[in-house]
Design a protein. Structure first.
Length: 137
């Protein structure tokens, strides 16, 4: 899990797992007040980097078919539709698109973490596990 925090609160997080040469992004969320600022993109990049560093070469995730913003973000990061899971989500019932992306060999966390750090500002510090926290003023 990688958590981005700013001014004493969590602004977003991503949960991912790797098994052998495959990875999966299980959940990615950004607080409404911090959306459209690049936090989600950098959390996704940090997850891809961490998965690549742990040996994953292919990454999967599910996204609601109607979630246009997330779909565009993932497409921009190299994901493409792999399959469809009909009636996967509830409230409302909706299909999930299973997206798949390849991770280039040699990709490491060094690519994403400094960018995430830069988004959060100079008084933000990186904690163990990729978590970021605002330092007290």
């Amino acid at each position: 899990m990688i958590v981005a925090a700013f001014a004493g609160g969590v602004t977003g997080y991503v949960v991912a797992r790797a098994l052998a040469d495959e990875g999966e992004i299980l959940n990615l969320a950004v607080a409404t007040t911090h959306q459209r600022r690049g936090v989600g993109r950098e959390l996704a990049r940090a997850a891809l980097s961490a998965l690549g560093a742990s040996g994953a070469r292919t990454v999967y995730l599910e996204v609601r078919e109607s979630n246009t913003a997330a779909r565009l973000l993932y497409e921009d990061l190299g994901f493409a539709v792999h399959s469809v899971r009909h009636d996967y989500y509830r409230r409302p019932v909706e299909a999930a698109l299973v997206l798949k992306a390849a991770i280039l060999a040699g990709l490491t966390e060094r690519l994403a973490i400094p960018i995430l750090w830069g988004l959060l500002g100079p008084s933000t510090r990186l904690l163990e596990g990729g978590r970021c926290e605002q330092e007290p003023q």
